[in-house]
Design a protein around this ligand. Sequence first.
Ligand code: ADP
Ligand code: MG
Length: 829
Amino acid sequence: MAADPGKNNGQMHDHISLKHKMIMGGIAAVVIPFIIAAGIIYVQLSGFQMKAARENAIHFSADVAQRIEAFLTQETRLISSIAADPDIIHASKTGDYTIAARELADIFDSIGWNGTTMFLTDRNGIIKVDPLFAGQVGLDLSDREYFIKAKNGQINISVPLHARGTSDYEIVMVLCTPIREGREFLGVAAMVFSTDFLVDTITRMTVGNSGYAFLLNKEGLILIHPETELILKQNILGLPANREIKRLMENKEPGIAAYVHEGQKKIAGVSPVKLTDWTVVYTQSLDEIMAPVNRLLLSIFISGIVFLVITVLTIYIFFSRLSTPIQKMMEMAAQVSRHATEALVQIGPDRKIIFANPAFEKITGIALKDVIGAQPLFENSGGLPRESIWQALESGNPWSGHLEFKAEGQKTVAILDVMIVPLKDDRGRIQGYLEIGRDVTDELMFEKRLSQAQKLEAIGTLAGGIAHDFNNILSIIFGYTELSLLHPDLDPKLKDHLRQIATASERARSLVTQILSFSRQSKMELVPFMLKTVVKEALTLLRASTPAFIRIDTRLDSSSAVMGDPTRIHQVVMNLFTNAVHAIGENPGTIALALEDFMVDQEFTRTHPGIKEGKHIILRISDTGCGMPPETVDHIFEPFFTTKAQGKGTGLGLSVVHGIIKKMNGIITVYSRAGKGTVFNVILPCIAEDGPGIKEIRSPIRRGTERIALVDDEADIVAAMQSILENLGYRVTAFIDSVAALSAIESGPDEFDLIITDYTMPGITGLELAGKLDRAGIRIPILLMSGFFGEKVKTAAHDAGIDHLLYKPVNTYQLSAAVCRALGDGDGA
Ligand code: ADP
Ligand code: MG
């Protein structure tokens, strides 16, 4: 996917890990329910608590009010009965209080002293009787409010007041009732009681730290309070915060009031005390009321935190166990895409590439950063418009076909067999596309080469058939022409014509030979030889005939041997070189010849039909000449294909080369571009026996038909050597017993041209055999073989007339060369 450049905004990684997401989810799962629960509990509980507190406040204040009422009622009854006592009335009327004083003392005695005293006054408010404090008698109380009220007929209770005549300013209250006869006011009977009882009652009502009761009079003055220093000192109704209490007091009804005292929110239960204008207030701080709710809330909060810690820890621990397989799977998926040999490309629904694997980059040569974020180009050789591919994909159908990819600045195009599938979600909506591409560049090239090879084969068969018949016809033409030329009375003009025919048919015959060699119908003798030698030989010839402005570079790095016909290889080099010279033409240029070893692997065989795996040698001939356009390259191996002027080229050169190489199980490849030069690679299989011996051979193996006696006690060696020698054309008589060999040679010395014998043998040694034959006067050249020749043996051999030694093990080349030398054929090999 060569891509629209400059669009690298594709991001494929999500940076928040699964683990963090899970932990965050876990926190939310704990925190949210806790907050909701805490909220509900708080609202419910605080409502409940407030209600209970209000009820309590009313209840407590009413309770206190009731106790005070009960106390007062009892005391009122007592004092009223005293005031109604006839003796008391009589005393008040008469002014003689003697009996009344006794009676009062009796009553006082019977109820006992508990901070209470009683007294009687006359109508003018002068104390007449006081059973406890006799000193009080005569005291004038006419100005006292309670006296005045009683005088007006009202039973009343005074506000707390300091007892007159007492030194310690004890606070007391006075319950005062008029003594009357009919409508006539005779004085008052009063009961003085200390406020201790009320203080007791009220202070007993303290609850917790902040709940307490107090008593107010009508004006709001504190009458009784747990903090005694406030008594008669503070009027609470003056404070604006206490408006609600004031309202309730004015209405004389029980109720609840909220107020703020010294910055503290409080609620108060307010209850009026019947018989008086007093009001009992029970108050408690809101904070204290709410304390249990707040404590509960705190414990919910703490247990929430504990839960949270447990949850996070659990997720953390479990995730480590859980994450391993998930992470492994994700890693595996990543590895699969990373190591896949197929190109994998993920395209988003917006037609932009989200991801491409390394194989994509490897196959196409296009950098991943250049494709990610870009739109795929969908380049194809069929000229199919990009939009039609998108149409298929976006309608939900997969698309498959060949797409071409070309990296920027690169010449080669990679062809991929791709399959693009739309990825759908469970509702069938397209979420993106997955493109899977297999590199078929080589495969397509292979197919092309194969079809070309098959075409050449067909042409070869055809041309071969024609050439064969044509050759026969030519022989007839040539034969009769020669015959005719031999005619004695030939007209000179006719003779000249016949000569022309003979020359022309000679030329035709050489052409036919070429066609036959191209079609591989001509016979080729396959022998092992070192390619380097032949190339060097050819080069000597070529150097002489190549114009000076053409430079020739040689780099012959391989000494491997091949199986073939050296003459034909010579022809190959000449043809390829000549073509290169032609391609360079009149301008200066370079032709390079190289030989190097080359290992053909399975991969190579897949793209190059006609070659097998194994060790090969490459003969490379490259030139800086005119080169060829691809259209020309497609045809160069066809016979009679030439781009050269009539008479200059036959178009047979490369077809002949192709035929020869094919016959040697090799292949020829060509790389060329118009104006840029050409490279021909001839790739030939090396033969296995390319041991050190091969290097010693400087030219192809010599053959012969001489008769050889082969003597060795080891049957295997005898058999192997015999077959090599016979393959080289020699006639071999083999002996595995040296004594038998001796007698056979002695009885028919003319039957043999050469004796090849092993040195160490049971019976007689090779050397002894030579000595015996020498003494018998039999002069046949002897080739002595051994794994090792010591100096002694060497001298002995020389003395026995043996000049030729052969080291074991021997191979074909060494054997052939040694035999030639022993037979005295030129320089041997
Ligand atoms: P001929 O040389 O007679 O034309 P060949 O079979 O040798 O026939 O070559 C066939 C054609 O291949 C040539 O005509 C030429 O166009 C082309 N050709 C061969 N070798 C080269 C080369 N080294 N450089 C350029 N073109 C070449
Ligand atoms: Mg040629």
